[in-house]
Structure formats: C-alpha cells, structure tokens
Design a protein around this ligand. Structure first.
Ligand SMILES: [Zn+2]
Length: 260
C-alpha cells in the first residue's frame, strides 16, 4: 500500500473528529430523555408501557368499585379517584356511565388482536382474515378499532371505555346524552376523548374511549417514544407486518391534541 500524503491524513483526521462530534451530539440528545419518575412508574417503565404486568398485583393499581363497572376492572389510583367523581357527577345529572374496559395487559390485548387476525373474533361483525388475505392489509383493518399488543393506552391504567364500543350506540338516545355530557364535563375531571373525529390518521373515532390526561399525557409526551422500540413489539400474529406500518406516528401518537 502506498503511503498517504500528509494532506490526506489531515483531511481524514478532520473528518474523523467531525464524525465523533456528530455522534457525541446524538448521545446528548438520547440522554435528554426525562429521568424516570417513581410516582409515574409502579414497575420498570418498559414493562409498564408495554402492559407486561398484572394490575391485580402491581402497586398503585386499584380495582374499580362495583358502582363504576360490572366486571373486574383496574386503574391507576389517581385516575380511579377522578373517574369515580366524574361518574357520580354524571349520575346526578341523569347520565349513566359504566366502565366496560379499563386496564388491559399485553396478553389480554394479544387475545383480541390474534382473534381478529385469525378471524375467530369478529370485528364489527366482519371476518377480517377472510376479507383481507394480505397480512399488512389485515393489520390495517384491525387497527381501525384495535391496538396491537404493546401499543394500547389501555396498558397504562389511565384509559377507560364507557357503555358500548358499538358506534351506533353513541348516535341515538342515551348514547347521545352520555356523549353530550362527557363532551361538556369530562375535562373538569381530567378526562379527554382519546380518538376524536378531527384527526388525520390512526384509529377511527371512538366516542367511548376516555383518557386521564395528567398521567397519560406525560407518559406519551415524555416516555413512550424513548422507552418502546420496534423490537419490543413482537409475540403476536402479523407483528412483522404491523411494524412496517407507521404505528408510532399514526396510532400511538394519533390522539387528541389535548392528550399530547
Ligand atoms: Zn378503549
């Protein structure tokens, strides 16, 4: 090998120092992720945000009393207290709100997702496995109303579904009255509709899904994107097809502006 002219050695040294400076800058940026707040995370942040825990045995999760839900449902304690105040205030106004789903784990979300992926579970009465033989298209169809395991806000113990997940319920009678009350009052208790109609991408309009902002807002804004990576989203049917979709931008971050 011929010897390098000193001029080229100098150029190489400059390039190397520029590269080091650039990668050093990146490190600083990654290091700027917010420090972990213990009051926000009852367990390690990744397991928590991915729903890899049991709410019945995890600190700060409480079981909702029977007057708020018919089944067994858990929320973070602060969200549960605010929820109870809201539901009782609604009841005083003649509006009935029942929690039909609260915290869901990764495993529970996987049962929903895999069921829709194989067609054993209907989605709005439809068999998506039959309608969408292409796996990526099928993921998109499931994502109209269901999250992939690891990306659901229901993992966080801050979000609830009220009364019915049938869009038709919210268009007539008591559904309209409940929605009207929530639209005008929920914010006073810290709750906001996660998926309102005025979004460009992501899940369809979900009038039933409400989120406790003071916890969920911080989790999304300061932590989720730093903590959860593509590789964490695995272990469910069609995962590699799902990961090629803009899942982070369209679905995880495709929420109401009030929750960002
Ligand atoms: Zn929901």
């Amino acid at each position: 090998m011929s010897q390098l002219h000193p001029k080229y050695v100098l150029i190489l040294l400059v390039l190397a120092s520029l590269y080091l400076a650039a990668s050093g800058g990146q490190e600083t940026e990654e290091g700027s992720a917010k420090p972990v707040r213990n009051d926000l995370f009852p367990i390690d942040p990744k397991s928590y945000l991915l729903g890899q825990f049991r709410p019945d045995t995890t600190g700060d999760f409480v079981r909702l009393p029977g007057k708020l839900t018919r089944g067994r449902a858990y929320l973070r304690s602060e969200a549960a207290e605010a929820l109870e105040r809201m539901v009782l205030a609604a009841r005083d106004a003649g509006i009935h709100l029942t929690v039909i789903s609260a915290t869901r784990t990764f495993r529970q979300q996987r049962v929903i997702w895999n069921g829709k992926f194989t067609g054993s579970r209907r989605s709005g009465g439809r068999n998506l496995a039959r309608e969408y033989p292409d796996s990526t298209e099928r993921c998109r169809a499931i994502l109209q109303y269901s999250s992939a395991p690891g990306t659901s806000r229901h993992h966080w113990g801050t979000d609830v579904d009220f009364n019915s997940t049938d869009p038709a319920y919210w268009r007539i009678g008591s559904g309209v009255a409940a929605l009207h009350w929530l639209d005008h009052n929920a914010h006073e208790y810290g709750f906001f509709m996660a998926y309102p109609p005025d979004r460009e991408h992501g899940y369809r309009y979900e009038p039933w899904h409400w989120s406790y902002q003071s916890l969920a807002g911080v989790l999304l804004r300061d932590y989720y994107d730093h903590v959860v990576s593509d590789e964490d989203l695995d272990g469910f049917l069609g995962a590699r097809h799902f990961r090629r979709l803009p899942w982070r931008e369209w679905y995880v971050n495709g929420v109401s502006k009030a929750l960002k």
